[in-house]
Unconditional design. Structure first.
Ligand SMILES: [Zn+2]
Length: 648
C-alpha cells in the first residue's frame, strides 16, 4: 500500500485498545487470557502456526455480503469457510470483532453451537473434528463495522457523484468486517465473493466476474471468482456507481494479452482512460524482469476509492487516483506482497521496499536516465534526513511506525538497490526470481532470511553482514573524502563516521569519479576501517572529484582536495570550483591574505582573511550564498588576484 499523505496518529490509539475479553457470562481458559497480553501479531502467529486456536488450514471462503451505500454502512454477511482440520479438536475458531452480531453458525447438517470470546468466535460440532478431516462452517452475521482503526478497515464515504463503501484490511482489519482466519501463515486457497447491492451500483473485488445480474428492482448481484491463494488482508470489495472499461497488456511469450479492468468514478472516466494506459508497459516490464504476472489466468485491475493512497488488493488495486507512481507501486505488489506476502509484519519491507524500488525501476527502464538518478537521490535524501532508523520495525502495533515511508519504504528500497549493486544485475534479478518461485513462498509467505538465502544462492556470496547492517542497523555512514595529486600519484583519504551507534562501521563501496584535462575515471574502493587511504597512479591531472556519480551508495559525503602540481605553478588555486558548501584557497607559499567576494552584479557579499597569519590553506563557507557565479579578489600584500567562482 502507499498513503499519499502523512499517517494520522489516532490509528495508534485505536490499535492499543484492541484486547480480547470474554463475552458477558462466559469465561475463557486461563492460557488464552494470558496470551492476550501479548502483541496482536504474536496472537495471529500462535493461532495459525499451532492450529490450536483456529484449528484448521483454510481451503476456501465463499463470502456473501449485502450492502447499500446509498442507504448506510450497514453490513449483512454470510461467510462459509471450507477447511482441513490440523489436530483432533472440539472447536474451530474465527476472528470477528465483538460489535458484529452473529445470527447463525451452521455446518452441513444445520446450526452449530458457538461461543463468542471478545473478537473471536468458536464453533462446536457434536463429536468434534478429527485431524485431516475436511469440513465447512458458515456464519451469518450483521451490524455496523467499525469505521476506523488501521487505515479505515470498512469505510462509507462520498466521491462527490455518489456514495461508496470500501474495505481496506491491512494490517489487522479483516476481522472488523468479516469472520475469517486472520493470519500471515495460511492463505485462502480459493475465494468467491458475492455482493448484493442496489441496482445501478457495481461491486469491485478479487478475481473475475462470473455473474452480474439484476435480481429485482432494488437488488443487483455481482459474483467474483478467484482461484489463486490469497492472504486474508487482501480480500476486499468496494461498491459505488462505477464506470468500467478494460484495457489489455500484451505479455512476452503469451498470445492472450492480460485484461486490465478499471472501475472508476464516472466523473473521471475520460481522464482515467488516458491515465491507466500507462500501467500497460509497466505490467510488461515487471512480467519480463521478474516472473510471469502472478494472476495471469484472471486479470489485473484498478478500483477507485476515496482513501488517500492505494492498496494492492489481489488482482484489483484500490486507487485514489491513477498517477504513474501509484499505479507502478500497487502493481509491483502483485508480485511482492500478493504472490509472496510478508510472513510477519516485521518483514513488511519485503512488500513495501520492493514496491518502492520497483516504482523507481520503472524510471530506469521507461524514462530518461536523469529521472532514474533523480528518483534515487530523492529517496536517499529522505532516508538520510535523520540520523537514526532501521528497516526492521521495532513496534509492529504502531501502524505509523510500521508503514514508515522513510524506513520501511525508502530505506527498504535503497537496501535492495545496494544489494543489486553488490551482487550485480544478473544475480539480483535471478535472486528475485528464486524468491518469487520457491516452495512455500510462491503464493505463500516470504521472510527476510529467505530473501537473503535466495540472493546468496543466486550470487554464491555470503550476505550475512550486508543484511545484518542494513536490515537491523540504524542510520547510514557519513563520509569525509579528501584527495591530493602529486606528480601522477593520486592519494584518497576516506574517513567514515556512522550516523548511529548501532553500526560501528559500515561495509560499503566508495565510488568516486575524478575529472581533469577533459578525461575522467571512476574509482571504486571498499575501505576496511573507519579511516583509510589509498594511492593510485593517475595518467592525467585531476581538477575535481565527485562522490557516487551513479547514485549507488546510501551515505552522505563531503569531498575536498587539491592538485599539488597545479598549486606549485600558481600563487593561489581555488578548489573545488564549482563548489557546493565551501571552497578552499591553496597558496603555493604560506601567505597572509585578505579576500573579498563579489556577486555577478558587483555587490560585495563577504570579506575576510588570515588575520595576519601566514597560511597555506584557507576555507571559505558558502552555505548562506545562493547558487550562481561570484568573483573572488585575493590580496597578498604585493598583488591582487581575481578568480571567477561558481556556487552550485
Ligand atoms: Zn505499498
Amino acid at each position: 500500500m502507499v498513503e499519499l499523505c502523512n499517517m494520522r496518529p489516532f490509528f495508534i490509539c485505536f490499535l492499543l485498545t484492541i484486547c480480547i475479553f470474554p463475552a458477558f457470562g462466559q469465561s475463557l481458559p486461563e492460557d488464552w487470557i494470558c496470551k492476550e497480553h501479548g502483541r496482536i501479531e504474536h496472537q495471529l502467529q500462535r493461532r495459525s502456526n499451532s492450529g490450536v486456536k483456529h484449528g484448521y488450514l483454510i481451503d476456501y471462503n465463499r463470502c456473501k455480503w449485502w450492502v447499500n451505500p446509498r442507504r448506510n454502512a450497514y453490513l449483512r454477511g454470510d461467510v462459509m469457510a471450507h477447511f482441513t482440520i490440523v489436530n483432533n479438536t472440539d472447536s474451530v475458531g474465527f476472528d470477528l470483532t465483538a460489535n458484529l452480531t452473529v445470527d447463525d453458525v451452521y455446518g452441513k447438517d444445520g446450526s452449530l453451537k458457538y461461543r463468542r470470546a471478545g473478537n473471536y468466535l468458536y464453533a462446536y460440532k457434536p463429536g468434534g473434528w478429527k485431524a485431516g478431516e475436511r469440513d465447512s462452517v458458515g456464519i451469518r452475521y450483521q451490524g455496523n463495522p467499525t469505521n476506523g482503526g488501521g487505515f479505515g478497515y470498512f469505510t462509507i464515504d462520498n466521491h462527490m457523484k455518489g456514495p461508496i463503501i470500501h474495505t481496506l484490511s491491512e494490517p489487522y482489519g479483516a476481522q472488523y468486517w468479516w469472520p475469517c482466519k486472520q493470519s500471515l501463515h495460511d492463505k485462502i486457497d480459493s475465494l468467491d465473493v458475492w455482493v448484493y447491492t442496489d441496482t445501478g451500483l457495481l461491486a469491485a473485488s478479487n478475481g473475475v466476474v462470473i455473474r452480474d445480474q439484476v435480481i429485482n428492482d432494488t437488488t443487483h448481484l455481482m459474483v467474483w471468482k478467484h482461484r489463486y491463494p490469497i492472504a486474508t488482508y487482501l480480500v476486499a470489495f468496494a461498491v459505488t456507481n462505477y464506470a468500467q472499461y478494460t484495457q489489455y497488456a500484451p505479455l512476452v511469450g503469451r498470445v492472450k494479452p492480460l485484461p486490465v479492468l478499471n472501475y472508476v468514478f464516472p466523473q473521471f472516466l475520460a481522464t482515467a482512460q488516458q491515465e491507466t494506459k500507462q500501467v500497460l508497459p509497466i505490467i510488461r516490464l515487471f512480467d519480463s524482469l521478474f516472473v510471469r504476472y502472478p494472476f495471469v489466468e484472471e486479470k489485473y485491475g484498478h478500483a477507485q476509492f476515496t482513501w488517500g493512497g492505494g492498496m494492492e488488493h489481489q488482482t484489483m488495486s484500490f486507487m485514489v487516483n491513477f498517477s504513474f507512481d501509484l499505479m507502478a507501486h500497487e502493481l509491483a505488489h502483485q508480485w511482492f506482497g500478493d504472490k509472496v506476502t510478508c510472513a510477519t509484519w516485521q518483514d513488511l519491507w519485503l512488500n513495501e521496499g520492493f514496491a518502492t524500488y520497483l516504482t523507481a525501476i520503472t524510471f530506469e527502464y521507461l524514462r530518461p536516465k536523469a529521472d532514474w538518478l533523480q528518483r534515487l537521490r530523492g529517496m536517499r535524501g529522505d532516508v538520510t534526513g535523520k540520523d537514526d532508523g532501521c528497516v526492521f520495525p521495532k513496534d509492529t502495533l504502531n501502524v505509523g511506525s510500521l508503514f514508515n515511508g522513510r524506513l520501511t519504504y525508502n530505506k527498504g528500497a535503497w537496501v535492495l538497490h545496494m544489494l543489486r549493486d553488490k551482487i550485480g544485475d544478473s544475480a539480483f534479478f535471478k535472486g528475485c526470481r528464486i524468491y518469487l518461485t520457491g516452495t512455500g513462498r510462491s503464493y505463500g509467505f516470504g521472510t527476510t532470511t529467505s530473501l537473503e538465502q535466495c540472493m546468496e544462492q543466486a550470487s554464491g556470496r555470503n550476505l550475512d553482514t550486508f543484511f545484518k547492517q542494513w536490515y537491523f542497523g540504524e542510520g547510514f555512514p557519513y563520509l569525509k573524502i579528501n584527495w591530493k595529486q602529486k606528480g601522477d600519484q593520486l592519494t584518497i583519504q576516506c574517513d567514515q563516521t556512522p550516523s548511529h551507534s548501532s553500526v560501528p562501521f559500515w561495509h560499503i563501496k566508495v565510488p568516486v569519479l575524478v575529472h581533469g584535462e577533459g578525461r575522467d575515471s571512476l574509482i571504486i574502493w571498499e575501505p576496511k576501517s573507519l579511516s583509510e587511504s589509498m594511492k593510485i597512479r593517475m595518467p592525467f591531472q585531476v581538477d575535481t572529484m565527485i562522490f557516487d556519480p551513479n547514485v549507488r551508495v546510501l551515505a552522505k559525503a563531503s569531498v575536498g582536495g587539491m592538485n599539488l602540481n597545479k598549486v606549485q605553478q600558481k600563487a593561489f588555486v581555488i578548489f573545488p570550483n564549482p563548489a557546493q558548501n565551501s571552497f578552499q584557497i591553496f597558496a603555493r607559499n604560506p601567505s597572509v591574505i585578505d579576500f573579498e567576494l563579489y556577486s555577478a552584479l558587483g555587490q560585495k557579499m563577504m570579506t575576510g582573511g588570515t588575520n595576519g597569519r601566514a597560511t597555506s590553506v584557507f576555507t571559505i563557507g558558502l552555505e548562506t550564498m545562493s547558487s550562481g557565479p561570484y568573483f573572488l579578489r585575493i590580496n597578498d600584500g604585493n598583488f591582487v588576484y581575481s578568480y571567477k567562482l561558481i556556487k552550485q
